[in-house]
Design a binder for this molecule. Structure first.
Ligand code: DGY
Length: 336
């Protein structure tokens, strides 16, 4: 009932905003207290026509990574739109250039999910390397009959080499776990050198081919854009060790789905751990789901209490500052 009450514009003199999904109260309560807020009440995303109707006449919108924010969205919202506050650190769902052209501020939610995401990447790394999910399925299927000297053999982690693609905040947090906890050698590939990670963790910046060829684990932490889309394709997988484990907690389209399937099926690489797929959700008939060497989670890397509350707080701050025409707490554009 409370949700239904929240979900219609009240027609007050408060600024009109839309929130495209129910987000944690840590942010939502402040938004509904100070704005005439429409909150989409369903757990599933609004259909496109409903989204476009919901944003019409709004000064600010809180969006999720499942909402495409583009020219059509801005046209539907109208010229009074001041801010789009994305409830995510990634913003590949938003046409930022178009927003900037129209003078709409864009905000995101960095930092608060860095450690949670790195934890998830490492959890997937161990799960895939040590065949944990596959072994659990084996137990549940009643196949565990005895201790098997050559059964369920995985790959070692201690003092191996991790290749990190994208050495930003999350890549660095992943590097710290790999170096500090498991004594790994760190290779990384990034457009920019990260002196801190080189100094603190002895990481070495290398070309992509060297990273692929030398790493026991390859973990991708880069953003999705037209340069990075599909960067993990059959050519990349062919350059990796046959014992390698591929981890993607960033965005599904960074890897070519069919090529990853072929690489796992044919033994080109040993295993993969994915928190993201393309598309999301993955189809239940997708052949990747039948491969025992692929661990898949439903995009949950930021799903911890403190991360999601932190994201909601920043999303609310960005929205409320934006409708006042002020600089956002975490701006994507208009950063000056
Ligand atoms: C993000 O924030 O971009 C994640 O993918 C969801 O938390």
């Amino acid at each position: 009932m409370a949700l239904q009450a929240e979900s219609a514009h009240q027609g007050t003199s408060k600024p009109k905003v839309a929130v495209t999904r129910k987000i944690p109260a840590a942010g939502l309560d402040r938004i509904t207290a100070s704005c005439d807020a429409f909150v989409w009440p369903d757990p599933m995303p609004p259909p496109r026509d409903a989204l476009l109707r919901a944003v019409a006449g709004c000064e600010g919108v809180v969006t999720l990574l499942t909402d495409a924010v583009n020219g059509e969205f801005f046209d539907a919202a109208g010229p009074q739109l001041k801010v789009v506050s994305n409830f995510a650190v990634g913003f590949n769902n938003i046409d930022v250039a178009e927003a900037t052209r129209r003078g709409v501020r864009i905000g995101n939610t960095p930092n608060v999910l860095t450690d949670a995401t790195a934890d998830m990447a490492f959890a997937l790394l161990i799960a895939a390397a040590r065949r944990i999910v596959e072994s659990r399925d084996y137990v549940l299927a009643g196949k565990w009959k005895t201790w098997e000297p050559e059964g369920h053999v995985g790959v070692d982690l201690w003092e191996r080499t991790i290749g990190i693609v994208g050495m930003g905040r999350i890549g660095m947090a992943m590097a710290r776990r790999c170096r500090g906890g498991w004594g790994m050698r760190i290779l990384y590939h990034d457009r920019f050198a990260n002196e801190q990670v080189e100094r603190e963790l002895g990481a070495r910046r290398v070309e992509m081919d060297e990273l692929l060829g030398e790493s026991d684990f390859v973990s991708v932490h880069t953003d999705l854009n037209e340069t990075t889309r599909g960067m993990f394709n059959s050519g990349a997988f062919a350059k990796m060790k046959r014992s390698a484990v591929f981890i993607n907690t960033a965005r599904g389209p960074l890897h070519v789905h069919a090529d990853l399937h072929a690489a796992l099926r044919d033994g080109t690489i040993f295993a993969a751990g994915l928190d993201v797929t393309d598309p999301e959700p993955i189809s239940m008939s997708d052949p990747l789901l039948s491969l025992p060497n692929c661990v898949i989670a439903p995009h949950i890397a930021s799903a911890t209490v403190s991360s999601r509350n932190g994201m909601a707080e920043i999303a609310a701050d960005n929205l409320l500052l934006g409708i006042q025409g002020r600089s956002l707490r975490c701006p994507v554009n208009f950063q000056a």
